[in-house]
Design a protein around this ligand. Structure first.
Ligand SMILES: NC(=O)C1=CN([C@@H]2O[C@H](COP(=O)(O)OP(=O)(O)OC[C@H]3O[C@@H](n4cnc5c(N)ncnc54)[C@H](OP(=O)(O)O)[C@@H]3O)[C@@H](O)[C@H]2O)C=CC1
Ligand SMILES: O=C(O)C1=N[C@H](C(=O)O)C[C@H](O)C1
Length: 272
């Protein structure tokens, strides 16, 4: 075990991403699992984090005490739920450590609290931590900019597993923000998130979202740019959650050398 290895805490350790993160930290150089956290009352408390993730015992029992876990750590990997993420951002600020946030579905109020915590913590937050989706964001921005004068329509389609609780996905919103940036407009004033009944014709300049849920789909996203008689589609398929976990660990290692502040994956990947 090296002294320079970054000591990481996985919060939401029993979740789909929590277990993937534990396996990924175990398999990557330069990092090691320092603690694993779940909420009080969780059936996972006290279980060995490695056994939970299918690795065999690693000697780290899951705890429900995040502050104690953060105090001697270098960073936190957080794919949980908005209320937990806001709490963990405050604790990461107290501990002056890195907080990598993959949690989606945060409200504007949650975002403001997370940004306030970034005065003391080094926070990296993204609706999608994969290299492929962040590249797709850059391509979407470029395509939207190039096609704006021709008034092509932009629609964003996503599909996820049946357990997902927020919509549109964080990725769909990230891609929508990229399209809006390319067009030089504010997404919140131009997005159409629901269509039902007699909607009337599509208002020009809007960015539409459509959401599908079912089965075990990890994450499918398409940006459709539709003109008269032709269409360009950019798409991304996630076939393994380790793409998000590897991105999160890469973000933690990058943020270790940054000043306190709020960053995104484009900063980490040098795509900004
Ligand atoms: N940015 C990205 O690249 C990605 C983001 N995500 C996002 O990550 C989040 C989690 O996804 P997923 O792993 O599928 O969800 P899961 O429901 O499988 O896992 C979430 C885990 O976090 C736990 N949790 C929730 N609140 C707290 C808290 N306050 N303290 C401690 N533990 C807590 C849950 O416990 P309990 O069950 O008891 O509530 C659960 O074990 C979602 O917001 C999802 O959209 C997912 C993949 C990629
Ligand atoms: O909940 C998920 O599973 C995922 N959530 C993220 C999102 O909301 O975009 C990222 C990924 O698509 C998986």
């Amino acid at each position: 075990m090296s002294e320079t290895e970054m000591k990481l805490v996985v919060v939401g350790a029993g979740g789909r991403m929590g277990q993937t993160l534990i396996r990924t930290v175990h398999g990557m150089d330069g990092v090691r699992l320092h603690a694993a956290v779940e909420r009080p009352g969780s059936p996972f408390i006290g279980r060995d984090a490695g056994e939970l993730a299918g690795l065999g015992a690693v000697g780290i029992p899951v705890t429900n005490e995040p502050l104690a876990a953060f105090l001697h750590a270098d960073g936190v990997l957080d794919f949980t739920a908005p209320a937990g993420t806001v709490e963990f951002a405050g604790l990461a600020a107290q501990a002056r450590i890195v907080h990598v946030i993959g949690t989606t579905g945060c409200s504007a109020d949650d975002e403001a609290k997370i940004r306030a915590a970034a005065r003391h913590a080094r926070i990296v937050k993204s609706g999608n931590m994969s290299l492929g989706v962040n590249l797709m964001g850059v391509l979407t921005e470029k395509a939207a900019r190039a096609l704006a004068p021709a008034h092509w329509d932009i629609e964003i389609l996503e599909m996820h597993h049946k357990h997902k609780v927020d919509a549109p996905s964080g990725t769909a919103l990230l891609l929508g923000e990229a399209a809006a940036k390319g067009r030089g407009i504010d997404l919140k004033d131009h997005s159409v998130r629901v269509r039902d009944g007699h909607t009337g014709a599509r208002p020009q300049g809007t960015i539409g979202f459509a959401t599908l849920r079912g089965g075990s789909v990890i994450g499918e996203h398409s940006v459709m740019l539709a003109g008269e008689g032709e269409m360009v589609t950019l798409s991304h398929s996630a076939t393994d959650r380790s793409i998000f976990a590897r991105g999160a660990v890469t973000a933690a290692l990058w943020a270790r050398d940054q000043k306190p502040g709020f960053y995104c994956m484009l900063d980490v990947l040098g795509l900004n």
